[in-house]
Unconditional design. Structure first.
Length: 470
């Protein structure tokens, strides 16, 4: 890992590229998780037809079934991340979500698919809290935004590949099923779930064998806090609340922007098919290709700009980047679907791949910088709880609710995206802007680790805001 002078070293202390390898492996797992999480966006038509469900019920499969359990188990898993082996947590989680994605292919009803999606959520809940904590131990604050942005590449890559695989996979699976053999007993959409789920078991093995558990960088929370090096969840919540001026910006900014980002990820393929007459394959190629091609530079640029601004003394750098990207999400995700000029509408929708989710690594890096080591897993779980409940759980269903109950017709999905998007992005930018002054005032984002006086020198906290009295 890198020491406080910026020298890159491995766990053993010698100069090494090993931290970069760790970041790449975690990115591969994150990509796999988002393929498995997002593959439903390209399977709306066949699953609705076979299971006889509405848009709103489908949004529950994509959102609530996953998010409900993801957030419920995320908090206790975050506590385990702070206390146990992050390697084992992520390895087991990857194996679980991969097997449960394959199990989605065995579903024969709404409720059996709902149950399998719950299993996917359980497995994926272990990944990001552990990954955030590992990366924060391998990279110093001044370079963490770039490392987190590399990890966050898994989001646009996973979503983009899910769109590509879904559109192409349905056609390929249909041909394979038609040829008979052991696949003849399954629907094409069920075969797609098998194809995307089972390879994840190899990634679980890679994680276990290739990623070493690094030493934790500084354990204490704050002098006199009374929590030692293992603060409980009540202590963590009190800590976050007392420092809410700092924490509200990244947590609620990501959460509200996620309402449009997740909503567009699920329903933009349907918009292209219902309004512009795209086939599932054409919609997948268009959205998946633009997400992959534009998502990579969008993600890397966000981290690079944030670290460059920090180096120049801009303590609110993470929020500046976040606000700029949210403005881009609003234009490409909310305004584009209602523009009557088709070529301009499609061009802006393609541009959504550059902005949507690509700045979340910047927000994640800020959270790790302002959080003591032994609270990072639990704070990350709180962050993911909010982002997924509000972003995925409410956002995707809000778009479907507007389509079904406000506009009352399937081809109004573009208006639904616009309505949900304008409100959610306005809230996101409000909270991001409100957090700029408290974050600058904290003095924690200057690229150097801050220490405080502790009862024992080895317990000096790398970051300390105002710890709650106990």
């Amino acid at each position: 890992m890198e020491d406080d002078r910026g020298n890159t070293s491995g766990v053993g202390g010698r100069r090494s590229l090993y931290p970069v390898l760790v970041a790449i492996i975690l990115t591969l797992l994150y990509t796999s998780s988002f393929i498995d999480r997002s593959i439903l966006s390209q399977l709306v038509k066949p699953i609705r037809a076979d299971l006889g469900i509405t848009d709103f019920q489908y949004s529950l499969l994509a959102g609530l079934a996953f998010v409900g359990i993801y957030t419920a188990v995320g908090i206790p898993l975050g506590a385990l991340v702070d206390r146990g082996s992050r390697n084992w947590m992520i390895t087991i989680g990857c194996a679980v979500w991969s097997l449960m994605t394959a199990a989605c292919g065995l579903a024969v009803s709404f409720w059996s698919l709902f149950a399998a999606r719950i299993g996917v959520g359980i497995g994926e809940a272990a990944l990001s809290p552990g990954a955030y904590s590992l990366l924060a131990d391998y990279f110093p604050p001044g370079k963490l935004a770039r490392a987190m942005s590399v990890y966050s590449l898994g989001l646009p890559l996973g979503m983009g590949l899910a769109l590509l695989i879904g559109g192409w996979g349905i056609e390929f699976a249909s041909a394979e099923v038609a040829q008979g053999g052991f696949l003849a007993a399954y629907k094409p959409w069920q075969v797609v779930f098998f194809a995307v789920g089972l390879p994840g078991l190899l990634l679980a093995l890679l994680m276990r064998l290739a990623v070493r558990e690094p030493p934790r960088r500084h354990h204490a929370v704050a002098v006199g806090a009374g929590a030692g090096d293992r603060p409980n969840f009540g202590f963590v919540l009190a800590y976050v609340w007392r420092n809410r001026g700092v924490y509200a910006a990244p947590i609620l900014g990501v959460s509200f922007s996620g309402m449009l980002s997740y909503g567009a990820n699920l329903w933009m393929p349907a918009f292209l098919m219902r309004v512009y007459g795209f086939s599932p394959r054409e919609a997948g190629l268009f959205l998946g290709g633009s997400t992959v091609v534009l998502g990579i530079p969008g993600t890397l640029l966000a981290g690079w700009i944030a670290d460059r601004l920090i180096a120049r003394g801009k303590g609110d750098a993470h929020m500046i980047v976040a606000m700029a990207y949210c403005a881009g999400i609003a234009v490409c995700g909310a305004i584009a679907p209602i523009i009557p000029i088709h070529w301009l509408s499609l061009a802006l929708i393609a541009g959504l791949g550059f902005f949507s989710f690509t700045w979340t690594g910047v927000a994640g890096a800020l959270l790790q910088i302002v959080t003591p080591n032994r609270m990072r897993g639990q704070v990350s779980a709180v962050y993911l709880f909010s982002a997924n409940i509000i972003g995925m759980g409410i956002g995707q269903s809000a778009v479907a609710f507007c389509t079904d109950h406000i506009f009352g017709r399937d081809d109004a999905v573009g208006q639904s995206l616009a309505l949900v998007g304008v409100v959610s992005i306005a809230l996101a930018i409000y909270f991001l802007n409100a957090g700029r002054k408290p974050i600058v005032a904290s003095g924690l984002t200057g690229g150097r680790e801050r220490t405080i006086e502790a009862e024992r020198p080895e317990d000096a906290a790398d970051i300390a805001l105002e710890a709650p009295a106990v």
